[in-house]
Write a protein of this length. Sequence first.
Length: 435
Amino acid sequence: MRAAKIKNVNVVTLGCSKNLVDSEWLMGKLNASGIAVVHDSDLLTDMAIINTCGFVSDAKQESVDTILRFAEAKKNNKIKKLFVMGCLSQRYRDELKNEIPEVDGWYGVADTDALLKSIGVSADSTPGGELLRMLTTPSHYAYLKIAEGCDRSCSFCAIPLIRGKNISRPQEEILDEARMLASRGVKELFVVAQDTTWYGLDIYKKRMLGSLLDALSQINGIEWIRLHYTFPAGFPDDVLEAINSHQNICKYIDIPLQHISDRILTSMKRVLGGKETRELVEHIRKVIPGVALRTTLITGYPGETEKEHKELLKFIEESRFERLGVFAYSAEEGTAAYELNDNISPAIKNRRLGEIMELQQSISEKNNAVFVGKTLKVVIDGAEGDYYIGRTEFDSPEIDNEVLILKKNKVLLPGTFYDVTITGNDVHDLFGKVN
């Protein structure tokens, strides 16, 4: 099918924010070629491109279900062409080809140019210096991917098998993209990679995340910079210094710790043990007073005992993380942990997960109550029902808390920052009024 015959394309994105960035670059190139592009749409289009996730079993199942839904649409002549790209396609391409013949092409994580070429679209990313990236987020924020792949060897994680080794982007290239995003009206940047604290080691032979944050903070128009996906081992102190030194770098660090048991952390190949993990949390809180720490944990890892589960609960109680997510362990082919006996039943995994989240909800409600009566800087993301929906510097969209402001008080504009006095709270949200 030649590009001239393609009038419109629906790009469907599954998985993480890093996948979303890949889709946005793809959409920008399609759009620049004169093709109308929609994202995650129910509209019928000439072509659908599904950007898949292959991280854990639930995500893989969602990707397969989505492909099957669009394959059925193609069989019923509702779409003409169907392409699949991304992590699931990278990992299971051969098996999926045989199972779902309706798909016209399967492309891996680094095959975007080949996909474009197959439909007659130029893969040139920056003609005339223009940033060919079509944002799918609200216009005031964007994800900024600073590296691809990962050099870590965590026993449970298939990402290095899918995405390969860490490849950092040159700092000037990242800064050029950030400046172009700012010129479009983006006010908040989410710095993402598989491991942001590894940034620079491959091309500069030293960790450069602190330096990058310093440079990003100087870009006119960027009011908030938020740091995601940091790794605890070798956490660079200059990153903490950068957060302290610049008002537009949020006091927010996303640092997945996974567990606290020495035995499990060793099996996970996480480098730091329980004592060092506790010391790191204490160190970050000491250096950055008032910091919001977001962490992610795994429950039901092979061999996890009730004693180790209770040790994890105690660690959560002591650390009082501002934001916390937890996953039930999922055995992934090709990983070191896949060779272990996944001997924790789904019922036990779910029970432990529930106990962790019940504890965290209690902590979250108490953490939120501290803000009642205080005035916080809040960005408005949009509106829903009777409320405007906003966020503080301590919150990322979709995964963290929100600030709810009654519409009747004042007209508020999305993408605008307001001083908001917090009048109440619940487990997940704050309630406030604009001063």
